[in-house]
Ligand binder design. Structure first.
Ligand SMILES: NC(=O)c1ccc[n+]([C@@H]2O[C@H](COP(=O)([O-])OP(=O)(O)OC[C@H]3O[C@@H](n4cnc5c(N)ncnc54)[C@H](OP(=O)(O)O)[C@@H]3O)[C@@H](O)[C@H]2O)c1
Length: 290
């Protein structure tokens, strides 16, 4: 199912050249591409993206550390981080802030990323990969997206070859969006476009990026369909027999940040993940019926 996406991202140049804050790094491909068993640390390895990513990489025979406070590794306090990264070839950061409040989110992404990059340099990690959001640069009126941009900027200047994956909203996030815009029994949604993606497809893409050379830049990923946010939300509510009504409002914002049809959708050259929304919805419905 993920062959198309793999073919799109799996490029293997002979030499990787990276401009980072640590200077101009040049590496031979065979020193940085992991088709052999590697030690990989997944920060946020117990989350929505992290858990399946850890499973995919373990199934391929890699040594994988699922790092999170619940496994005793805290990227914010630094507890257990240096030990976890010892001998690691690749680190993937798919953690998320426990609070989306402006100051808390900024403190989380600045703090965790600073600690992670220091530990990665000390351990001579060859590739740092982080998950961010499509439109991060266009949604800077939002404190959460300012925090994500700060994370991206720290990584690109952090001295370790890197790849930033910007994903669109996960299908799974539609429930949070619906709840966030609900007053009484109505979901008041902005009339903006969305191109959401299955979380499982994002985990699969990250598993491939782990084995590829660092892009030293940003790769965007989105689902195969673009439609109004209200359309996706209506399908989601309908599949769950959720009685809430939808009302499309004149205000165009995404969680408080001014937004339009361009804000949340990717550039033309983004990776397009395979799973369609209706396929995902049908699988969810089957799962909850079982
Ligand atoms: N939601 C979307 O639609 C969307 C779209 C694009 C990009 N993203 C990005 O995707 C990333 C992952 O989001 P998600 O929804 O998959 O997250 P999630 O399911 O909420 O998982 C968060 C993970 O972060 C871990 N974590 C929390 N505090 C930590 C700390 N101090 N040190 C290390 N790990 C910590 C959690 O560990 P515990 O289990 O121990 O608490 C958990 O494993 C985020 O960075 C987000 O910006 C999300």
């Amino acid at each position: 199912m993920h062959r198309d996406i793999m073919a799109q991202i799996f490029f293997v140049p002979a030499v990787v050249s990276c401009h980072t804050g640590g200077g101009h790094l040049v590496m031979q491909a065979d020193t940085c591409i992991g088709d052999m068993d590697m030690k990989i640390v997944v920060i946020g390895g117990t989350g929505l993206i992290g858990r399946p990513l850890v499973g995919l990489l373990r199934a391929e025979g890699h040594e994988v550390v699922a790092a999170s406070p619940s496994t005793g590794i805290d990227a914010l306090t630094g507890a257990g981080l240096a030990q976890a990264l010892t001998d690691a070839a690749v680190v993937v950061d798919v953690s998320n802030a426990p609070s989306f409040e402006d100051a808390a989110a900024l403190a989380f992404f600045r703090g965790t990323t600073t600690n992670l990059l220091k530990a990665a340099r000390d351990a001579e990690v060859r590739h740092v990969i982080a998950l961010s959001g499509v439109g991060t640069d266009r949604l800077q009126a939002s404190g959460y997206f300012r925090a994500k941009l700060a994370q991206e900027q720290l990584i690109s200047a952090g001295g370790t070859p890197y790849t930033i994956i910007r994903a669109t909203q996960f299908f799974e996030f539609l429930s949070t969006i619906a709840d966030g815009y609900t007053r009484d029994d109505t979901v008041y949604l902005p009339g903006i476009a969305l191109q959401p993606v299955a979380a499982a497809d994002v985990s699969a893409l990250l598993a491939e990026i782990v084995k590829a050379a660092p892009a030293c830049g940003i790769i965007e990923v989105a689902g195969p369909e673009r439609a109004p946010l209200a359309e996706f939300t209506a399908s989601w509510l309908g599949a769950r027999d959720d009685p809430r009504q939808i009302s499309v409002t004149a205000e165009h914002d995404y969680f408080g940040a001014p937004a339009d049809d361009r804000s949340l959708v990717p550039d033309e050259n983004s990776r397009i993940a395979p799973t369609r929304f209706d396929e995902w919805l049908a699988a969810q419905t089957q799962e909850s019926a079982a």
